[in-house]
Every structure is written in C-alpha cells, then in structure tokens.
Write a protein that binds this ligand. Structure first.
Ligand SMILES: Cc1cc2nc3c(=O)[nH]c(=O)nc-3n(C[C@H](O)[C@H](O)[C@H](O)COP(=O)(O)OP(=O)(O)OC[C@H]3O[C@@H](n4cnc5c(N)ncnc54)[C@H](O)[C@@H]3O)c2cc1C
Length: 507
C-alpha cells in the first residue's frame, strides 16, 4: 500500500479534505501545529453551496443544529433600509445560509473525521518538505522540540494564510497588500434585529459595519476602521462604532472575542506543485466582505478530495489531477474580485458617490434579475466549472451544462440517493439501456416507478418526468461527478461524451 496522504493544517479546509479522503477509505494523516483546537470563531457564515456540499459530507444536520438559518441580506444607510434581498430565491435545496461560529464548523468536521477513524495529530508543525516522482517526505517539529519525518504519497498545504507549505514549494501570494483594517467582536448584546438576516450599515464618514445575529443573544460585529490605526480592540471602541453606524440599536453586554485584523487580497499563481497542493487560505486571502473565505476554502477541499482519492489509487489521469487548479483558481480570483468590489462600494468617501451608490442599490435590488444575481453571488449557487478540462459535452436544448452543479429535482428521491455517494453516478433519463462497461460508476435510472430494471443499481421514481423538465433532457445521460457537478451530458443514445469524459479523467 502507498504512503498515506498528509494534510498539513486542521482548520476547516484541512478537516474537510481529510474527511473526504477518509470517507473514501484513503489512508490519511492530518497534523496541526496547535496543541488544541483554536477558540477563535472567525468565519461565521456557511453559504448555500457549502451546505449542499456538507449534506454530501454527511454533517449538514449537525451544522444546522449548531447555528441559525439566515434568509435575508439588508443594507442600511443614513438611518434607513436602502435594500433587502431574500436569499430563499436562490436555486438550491438549501436556500439559506447558516450562521455559526467557525469553532462549531470545525467541531462538526472533526467529529465527522473521527467517525471515519481519523484523529488530528496535534503539536506537529511542518518545517520542511522534499518530493520526487514517487512521493513526499515532510519534516515536522514535535511538541517536545524534536523532529519527526513523515513519508506521504501526496501532501496538501491547508496551513492557512501564513502557510509554510506554500513557502516550501517556493511560491507566494500575489496581489494587493495595501490591506484593509477591521475591528471585530463576538459579543453578547441586546438588539432589535431579526436574527434571520445579515446586515450592512454604510457610514457617511467611515467604513461599513456588518452585523450578524447568532444563536441566543450572541452577535458578530465587523467594522472596517482606518487603515494604520494602532488602537487595540476593545469593547468600548466596538460599542462606539456600533452606536455611530447602527443608530444605537446594539447594546453590548460582554465580549467573547475582540480583535483587529488586516486583510489583503491575494492568491498563489498555481495550486499544484507536483505531489503537493495548496488549498484554502494557504492559496488565497481576501476581505471578509461577502463572507466567502472559509466557504471557498472548504469547497477547494471538496473539489480536491475525490480527485486525490483517485490519484492515490492510481486511477486518475493527469488532466483530472490538474483540473483542481483549473477549476478552483478562477473561483478564488472571482471571490477576490467580488469582495474587493463590495469593499470599495462600502468605503466610498465622496458624499455624491455615496448617494449614487445608495440609490443604485435601492433600485437594483428592486429589479428581479439584479436581486437574483446578488443572492446567487452571495450564496455561490451559480458557481460552475464550465470550460474545465475535466468536463465534456453539451446538449443545445438542455437546461444544464457540463460543469454545472446538478440541480435538485424536487418531488423525487434523487438528492437523497445522491447524497450518500462517494463516486461517479451515471443518470439515465428515458427508455435507454444501461450504459455498458462502466466499472465503479453507479447507474441510476429515472423511471415512472422505482421497480428494479436490469443493468441499473438504483431506479428513482419520477412519474411526472420532473427531471426531464428540470434538466431539459427527455432522453439521455448525465455523468454526475463525486462533487455533485456535471462531468458530461449526452442526448439520446449518443454515449460519446460519456466515453470521452471517462477517457479524459481516468487512466
Ligand atoms: C480575524 C479573522 C476574521 C475572519 N473573519 C471571517 C469572516 O467573517 N468570514 C469568512 O469567510 N472568513 C473569515 N476569516 C477567514 C477564515 O477564517 C479563513 O478563510 C479560514 O479559517 C480558512 O481556513 P483554512 O483551513 O484554510 O486555514 P486556517 O483556519 O487558518 O487553518 C490553518 C491551520 O493550519 C495550522 N498550521 C499553520 N501552520 C502550520 C504548520 N507549519 N504545520 C502544521 N500546522 C500548521 C494552524 O494551526 C491552523 O489550525 C477570518 C479570518 C481571521 C483571521
């Protein structure tokens, strides 16, 4: 058997990745420099696309139980609501965000990992690594000051914004380093906010204040403050900022965590270096505007997990392994652009520009398509891998494309059946025979009843042909990847795209 995969860093990204490997029976070790899990709650919003992902991981119910469901975004300026967007308009089986402390997300992911028999090895800090065509050798400092050497088949650097793995492979974050400074607090407070919304208060004189009601009377406040200010984070300062920007609607009782931090917007040029990958904050950093840092990182891990499992088993083509960079690098680039735009929009100094922004936001969010676009961008539900080297085929009249996330078909059991899957699934619609010779691929037929049909592993009842309507495909096949995205789509009995996908991604 090959050496295990080594995951460096047990933040949300490393935990997701190790869980995905363990779920597929791949030997994995996960190490972290910290002796105990962090108590810093940091990212608190888990968006719809991540919730879809966590349903597949098998931890969605636990995550929901740890926080509250949020279905609205509100923007305020000059003492009035200038825009409101309901997130339940997004096309998702989970059309909401969950607000929960990052410590809770990490707890749920750690428990999931333990269920698969893997424990985080703490007090181990990566110092160096070497690799050749066969594998990687990592040198780690142990808690007692000694050194340990670990042989790994592959190594993933999920070791955060100051990544040592990144330094070891000889790359660096590239981007804008002028930084934005934030004052942040997790507090207990009395307030009159509806807990089912997230709020942004634009200020005429300062940066924005973002307000996130959490479970009970807990609340997350994030305020952009003057870059270069050297003040220490304090409850008094946060209260003053809240009074100025949120019209005295928040009365802080006590603080659980207060911090000031500076954010840059940057990304590494490459996500793969031979047998070493970078994921999460090790690969990209950006402003918390939009709350997408952790979400993007966890989705990096979800994208890489099944590909790395196939690489470990020797069944993945180089194209498939390289597609991690091809698919995920543009996503972080887009998040950086989106969060930078949001930050600029929030910090306009010119009063005329501020008035124009407020009027534009008010008008635009009153228009269906603009409102929809903002909700989709926030919840990441239109994220796709169109044009990826690891997706194939298109059908002109279909409503889905290769590279799309497979949409839910309400009124059928399809999502429930797919949720537990760890491998590829070939969906067949219409009266077609089972595709021949697809080892390791589960064959699902959508039919009038769920009576067994020879050649199919599962038959899902869809008497009203909802799937055909939803996908715009009356007869054909859809190859669903283990991450829920469409790898290939083929109309009628033309299986060429399915075959081409297999040839491209396997070896
Ligand atoms: C103050 C603050 C506030 C934030 N607020 C938000 C927010 O509101 N919304 C949002 O989306 N994001 C926010 N973020 C960002 C979010 O927390 C990160 O995107 C997320 O934690 C990234 O996860 P990760 O697993 O990539 O890295 P991390 O969570 O940083 O985890 C990296 C892990 O690697 C370990 N490690 C580091 N070096 C080594 C080494 N050499 N050897 C072994 N282990 C190592 C660390 O101990 C750590 O446990 C915030 C970040 C900060 C710092």
């Amino acid at each position: 058997m090959s050496d295990p995969v080594l995951v460096v860093g047990a933040g949300p990204v490393g935990l997701t990745l190790a869980g995905e490997l363990a779920r597929r029976g791949v030997p994995v070790r996960i190490v972290d420099a910290l002796a105990a899990p962090t108590t810093e709650s940091r990212a608190i919003v888990v968006h719809a696309r991540s919730l879809e992902m966590l349903e597949q991981v098998g931890v969605l119910d636990d995550l929901i139980a740890s926080g509250i469901k949020t279905t609205g975004l509100e923007m305020h300026a000059s003492g009035r609501t200038i825009a409101r967007v309901d997130l339940d308009i997004v096309d998702s089986a989970h059309p909401y965000a969950v607000v929960t402390a990052q410590t809770e997300t990490e707890r749920v992911l750690t428990e999931n990992l333990a269920k698969h028999g893997v424990e985080v090895e703490r007090g181990l800090s990566l110092l160096g690594l070497e690799q050749d065509a066969e594998g990687v050798r990592a040198t780690l400092r142990t808690a007692d000051g000694g050194e340990e050497s670990i042989a790994a088949s592959w190594l993933v650097g999920a070791d955060g914004a100051r990544s040592e793995v990144r330094r070891q492979v000889g790359t660096a974050l590239e981007g804008s380093f002028h930084g934005e400074r934030f004052l942040m607090g997790d507090v207990h407070a009395a307030h009159d906010f509806d807990p089912r919304s997230m709020y942004t208060f634009f200020s005429a004189h300062d940066g924005p204040l973002m307000v996130f009601p959490m479970k009970g009377d807990r609340m997350r406040l994030i305020a952009q403050v003057t870059t270069g200010s050297t003040d220490e984070a304090s409850q008094e300062w946060l209260q003053r900022v809240a009074d100025e920007r949120a019209s005295g609607r928040i009365r802080i009782h006590d603080s659980l965590w207060l911090t000031c931090f500076e954010i840059h917007h940057a990304q590494v040029p490459q996500y793969r270096y031979g047998r070493v990958f970078l994921a999460g904050d090790a690969a990209h950093v950006h402003s918390p505007a939009g709350g997408q840092g952790m979400n993007t990182g966890m989705q990096d891990a979800f994208n890489l997990g099944w590909k790395l499992a196939a690489a470990y088993r020797g069944t993945a083509s180089e194209t498939l392994i390289d597609s991690y960079h091809a698919e995920r690098h543009p996503v972080a680039a887009r998040v950086i652009e989106f969060s930078t735009r949001l930050t600029h929009l929030s910090t306009l100094a010119n009063p005329v520009a501020q008035k124009l922004r407020n009027a534009l936001l008010h008008t635009a969010t009153g228009i269906g398509p603009a409102r929809q676009a903002l909700a989709d961008e926030t919840e990441e539900t239109t994220l796709s891998y169109h044009g990826s080297p690891a997706v194939v085929g298109s059908v002109a009249h279909a409503k889905i494309r290769s590279g799309d996330h497979l949409p839910d078909v309400a009124g059928t059991q399809l999502r429930r059946v797919l949720a537990a899957e760890t491998g590829h699934v070939l969906l067949t619609l219409g009266p077609l025979p089972a595709a021949a010779e697809l080892p390791g691929v589960r064959q699902i037929l959508l039919a009038d009843t769920d009576a067994a049909v020879a050649g199919y592993d599962t038959v899902v009842a869809d008497p009203q042909r909802r799937a055909a309507t939803r996908f715009g495909l009356t007869s054909g096949r859809i190859m669903v990847r283990p991450d829920g995205y469409v790898g290939a789509i083929a109309a009628g009995d033309d299986d060429a795209p399915i075959t081409a996908y297999r040839e491209l991604t396997t070896r």
